[in-house]
Design a protein around this ligand. Structure first.
Ligand SMILES: Cc1cc2nc3c(=O)[nH]c(=O)nc-3n(C[C@H](O)[C@H](O)[C@H](O)COP(=O)(O)OP(=O)(O)OC[C@H]3O[C@@H](n4cnc5c(N)ncnc54)[C@H](O)[C@@H]3O)c2cc1C
Length: 488
C-alpha cells in the first residue's frame, strides 16, 4: 500500500482547503442550513457499500487496498471521512435469541445481533424472551459497533458492568479480508481487543453474541430543580447539585444509575433508574434530597414510577435527548472524588457552567465485580468511576464557523480542568473530545501497547483508520482530507 491514502476523486467545490478543516465538526451538505447554501460533500464519505454479507466487506477492503482509498466502517452513528469509501453495516439486522449458550466461560441465555442492530431492536427481542441486554440510553444507538467495542455505558451498568463486559463472541472480517470468529477460545487476542479497545480498528464486526440477563422490574425517578423560587441563589443551585453527588454512592453501589443534565438558566433535569428497586425504596431514598431542596428554597419536581420490566421503564424516557445539538468532551470522575473531594468537583462544575457549558452527568459504577471479573480491554479507569461527565458547547447551525471552532477549543480547555481534578482517571472514547491531548493514555490507559500489537496483527496493512483509534497516530490528515503516514 502506498504512503498516502488518496481521495477517490476530487470535487471542484472542495478545492479550497479552508472549508475542509477540521473534519470532526463539519457542515457538509447540512440539511439545517438554508436551501440556497452551497452543498459541499466535505467530510462525508464519497461512496458506501451497503453491506449485506461478509463478502461485501471483503470486496470493499480489497478495492480500497488496490486503489489506495480511505476506508470507513460505519454503523448507525456519525463515523465518516473525507473522500472515503464506507462499509455501511446498518442493515445487518439479524437477531437470534439463544436460551442456553454454552462455553467454558459462560452458560446461560444470550442474544446474537447483527452489526446493524440498534438498541431498541435488541431490547425488544430480549424482552420477548424475558431477558435484557445492555445498550445505550438512546434507542437508535447500534449495539455491536462503536458502542460495545468502545465500552458501552447503559442503564444497567451498575448491575452488570459495561456492554463490553457482556461479549461472548464476534464474527469479524479482519484487515486481511478474512472472516473469522473471535471468542474466549478462538482468536482470543482479537476478542480481547474488540471488547473495549475501540471500534473501527481491528476488523469489521458482522455479528456479536452477548450475555442476556433475566428481566426484572425497574423504578424510574424523573426530577428537576431550578432557581425560579424567589430568594434562591445560584449557590443554592450548586448546593443541590452537590447533594446529588453526595447521594450517588447510595444508589450506584446498589446497581442504580442516573443521568443529570445541567446548564445555567434552565432547570436541571435528572433521571434515576433503579433495577429491582421498588417505588417505596426509591421514594425513601430521595426524601433527604426533597428536604434539602425545600430548605434551599429551590423549585423542584419529582415523579417516581415502578415499571414491570426493563423495556417498559426504558421506553418511559424515550425521545428526550436532542441529538446533534452540541460538541462534547468530558472525563471519567472516580468514586474517590465523590467520596473525598466533592468541594473540588463542584468548583470545577461551577467554573465550566459559568463559562457557558451544558453538562451531562452519567452516574454509574461498573466495577469489575459487578461485571463478573472479565478479562477485556475496557479502559481500567471505568472500574473506579462514579460519574462520567460530558461537557458540551451548543451547536448552532447558523453561527459563524469560527464560533463553532471556538466551541471546540473551549471543550479542550475544560478538559484541562477535569484532568487536573482527576489526573489518574481517563476519558470515554465514545463521548470524547477529539482533541483530547495524549488520547492514547486517556482513552485506552495501560492497554494501549497491547492493543496496538493486536491491531498490527489483524490489520497489517493499516486499512482501518478512525480518529483517535488505536494506531491512528501513524497517520495525519492533511487539510484536503488525505491521510498521510506520519513516519513514512
Ligand atoms: C444519541 C446518542 C446517544 C448515545 N448514548 C450513549 C449511551 O447511552 N452510552 C454510551 O456508552 N454511548 C452512547 N453514545 C455514544 C456511542 O457509544 C458512540 O456514538 C458510538 O461510537 C456509536 O457507535 P456506532 O457503531 O453506532 O457509530 P458509528 O459512528 O457508525 O461508529 C463508531 C465507531 O465504531 C466503528 N464501527 C462501527 N461499526 C463497526 C463494526 N461493525 N465493526 C467495527 N467497527 C465499527 C466505526 O468505524 C467508528 O470508528 C450515544 C451516541 C449518540 C449519538
Amino acid at each position: 500500500m502506498g504512503r498516502v491514502k488518496l481521495l477517490i476523486d476530487h470535487c471542484s467545490d472542495e478545492s479550497s482547503s479552508s472549508v475542509m478543516a477540521p473534519f470532526y465538526a463539519n457542515r457538509s451538505c447540512d440539511p439545517f442550513m438554508p436551501v440556497d447554501s452551497p452543498c459541499q460533500i466535505g467530510a462525508y464519505v464519497r461512496y458506501a457499500i451497503n453491506v449485506t454479507e461478509p463478502a461485501d466487506i471483503i470486496a470493499g477492503i480489497e478495492f480500497a487496498k488496490k486503489n489506495n482509498v480511505r476506508l470507513v466502517i460505519r454503523n448507525t452513528g456519525k463515523s465518516s471521512g473525507p473522500g472515503s469509501l464506507s462499509l455501511w453495516t446498518h442493515h445487518l439486522k439479524d437477531i437470534e435469541y439463544i436460551p442456553e449458550y454454552k462455553s467454558e466461560a459462560y452458560h446461560g441465555p444470550a442474544l446474537k445481533v447483527g452489526a446493524g442492530v440498534q438498541g431498541i431492536e435488541a431490547f425488544t427481542a430480549a424482552d420477548k424472551n424475558g431477558v435484557v441486554v445492555l445498550g445505550g440510553v438512546c434507542p437508535s444507538v447500534g449495539i455491536a459497533g462503536g458502542y460495545t467495542q468502545g465500552g458501552g455505558v447503559s442503564i444497567l451498568a451498575g448491575k452488570y458492568g459495561l456492554a463490553a463486559d457482556q461479549t461472548l463472541e464476534f464474527e469479524v472480517v479482519t484487515g486481511e479480508g478474512k472472516h473469522v470468529n473471535a471468542s474466549k477460545t478462538e482468536n482470543t487476542d482479537l476478542y480481547w481487543a474488540l471488547s473495549g479497545g475501540g471500534g473501527g480498528t481491528y476488523g469489521v464486526v458482522t455479528s456479536m453474541t452477548v450475555k442476556a440477563h433475566k428481566d426484572a422490574p425497574m423504578t424510574v425517578a424523573r426530577y428537576s430543580f431550578g432557581t425560579s423560587t424567589a430568594g434562591a441563589s445560584m449557590d443554592n443551585y450548586y448546593d443541590a447539585f452537590d447533594f446529588l453527588h453526595h447521594m450517588a454512592p447510595g444508589y450506584f453501589d446498589r446497581g442504580g444509575y442516573s443521568f443529570n443534565i445541567y446548564s445555567k438558566g434552565s432547570p436541571s433535569l435528572g433521571y434515576f433508574f433503579g433495577p429491582e428497586w421498588t417505588e417505596e425504596d426509591t421514594a425513601a431514598f430521595f426524601q433527604p434530597w426533597v428536604e434539602r431542596l425545600e430548605s434551599l428554597g429551590l423549585k423542584y419536581s419529582l415523579n417516581i414510577t415502578e415499571y414491570p420490566s426493563y423495556l417498559t421503564g426504558y421506553n418511559s424516557i424515550n425521545n428526550m435527548v436532542d441529538v446533534g445539538a452540541s460538541q462534547s468532551g468530558g472525563r471519567i470522575i472516580p468514586k474517590d472524588i465523590i467520596l473525598n473531594k466533592r468541594a473540588q468537583y463542584i468548583q470545577v462544575i461551577k467554573t465550566v457552567i459559568e463559562d457557558g457549558a451544558s453538562l451531562l452527568e452519567v452516574v454509574a459504577h461498573p466495577t469489575l465485580e459487578v461485571a463478573g471479573n472479565p478479562d477485556n480491554s475496557v479502559l481500567p479507569a471505568w472500574r473506579d468511576s462514579a460519574i462520567f461527565l460530558i461537557t458540551m458547547t451548543p451547536w448552532n447551525d447558523t453561527a459563524e464557523w469560527s464560533q463553532t471552532l471556538e466551541g471546540q477549543k473551549t471543550i479542550t480547555k475544560w478538559g484541562g480542568l477535569l484532568r487536573e481534578l482527576a489526573p489518574e482517571s481517563g476519558a470515554y472514547m465514545n463521548e470524547a473530545d477529539a482533541n483530547e491531548p495524549n488520547f492514547q493514555r486517556e482513552f485506552y490507559g495501560e492497554n494501549y501497547a497491547e492493543l496496538l500489537c493486536i491491531k498490527n496483527r489483524y490489520d497489517p496493512d493499516d486499512i482501518f483508520y478512525a480518529l483517535t483509534a488505536v494506531g491512528s497516530d501513524a497517520w495525519t490528515q492533511s487539510p484536503d482530507g488525505r491521510l498521510c503516514k506520519t513516519n513514512p
